[in-house]
Design a protein around this ligand. Structure first.
Ligand code: PMP
Length: 282
């Protein structure tokens, strides 16, 4: 748990930090969020996450609560106050506080801004990633704008809980046509038998992962062919490798899907190479 949280201009002890009961984030899930990883005191992909934050706000017509420079000052201050060397910074912006009524309040209230930060043990994250992850598949029950990073995460919560119940680390969600969309909190990749990297194209069915974009660039730079198209669970089962990407897990090899081993059941060389390259270029 972080020791300090930022709420609407104030740094408060975490236990005393709160938002109003009429906050639209609480009432309607009318809020967006971002997550940055921190390693050795450095924010990873700071600009990419800032740009996506801006896009999420504008897609929902939530006014930007502060400019990027001011926001980055708050991000750094919350890291400093919580003494974060390795960890995660979480930001949420809701439409604000208003009498409960579904349509946007008029005039627009001041958006609610919350930041928290927590430490992670980088060595144990590495050890976990080196072991590879088992995952399960789940139906994708979400809405039509998964490209917006909203706090409406109930289908993701249910999928991740199903994974936990099965002793798995992640759930890949599968749409009505049998295509994998993404993980509950990560993007999905496979490496086919010809060594091509396949990940779903940036459409409204997935979050446009910042790590996904960086890893795609790195992979192309290393000479891999990256194909952006939907793939099925059957293709994933037959793949040479599978892996996931996210700000918190970087590149993590997937060794089993629904109890079927992928490749030889150990983390693959492509995922391992990309994990190392992603961390080196930060
Ligand atoms: N998809 C979903 C549903 C996520 O929650 C996340 C994590 N934020 C990702 C993909 C990965 O995105 P990023 O690389 O920007 O963390």
């Amino acid at each position: 748990m972080s020791r300090y949280a930022y709420v609407n201009g104030r740094y408060l002890p975490h236990s005393q930090a709160a938002v109003h009961v009429e906050d639209r984030g609480f009432q309607f899930g009318d809020a967006i969020y971002e997550v940055w990883s921190v390693r050795r005191g450095q924010l990873l992909d700071a600009e990419g996450h800032l740009n996506r934050l801006q896009r999420s706000l504008s897609e929902l017509s939530i006014p930007s609560p502060m400019g990027p420079t001011a926001l980055m000052m708050v991000v750094r201050e919350i890291m400093r106050r919580n003494r974060i060397k390795d960890g995660l910074v979480y930001l949420q912006v809701s439409r604000g506080v208003a009498k409960r009524d579904h349509a946007f309040p008029d005039p627009a209230p001041r958006p609610t801004v919350v930041l928290t930060a927590k430490r992670v043990d980088a060595a144990s994250v590495e050890a976990k990633a080196n072991a590879g992850a088992s995952i399960i598949s789940q139906p994708d029950l979400r809405w039509g704008r998964c490209d917006i990073k909203t706090v409406n995460l109930l289908p993701n919560v249910l999928a991740k809980q199903a994974a936990r119940d099965a002793g798995a680390a992640e759930a890949w969600m599968v749409d009505a046509d049998g295509f994998v969309t993404e993980g509950g909190s990560s993007n999905a990749w496979i490496v086919d038998q010809d060594g091509r990297l396949i990940t779903r194209q940036l459409d409204n069915a997935i979050l446009h992962g910042i790590t996904r974009g960086c890893v795609a660039d790195i992979a192309r730079g290393l000479g891999y062919e990256v194909v952006e198209r939907p793939f099925t669970l059957e293709e994933a089962h037959a793949a040479r490798e599978a892996f996931m990407t996210s700000a918190s897990t970087f590149v993590t090899a997937i060794t089993r899907i629904d109890d079927k081993p992928i490749g030889n059941g150990a983390p693959g060389s492509v995922a391992t190479e990309l994990r190392n390259a992603y961390q080196t270029q930060q």
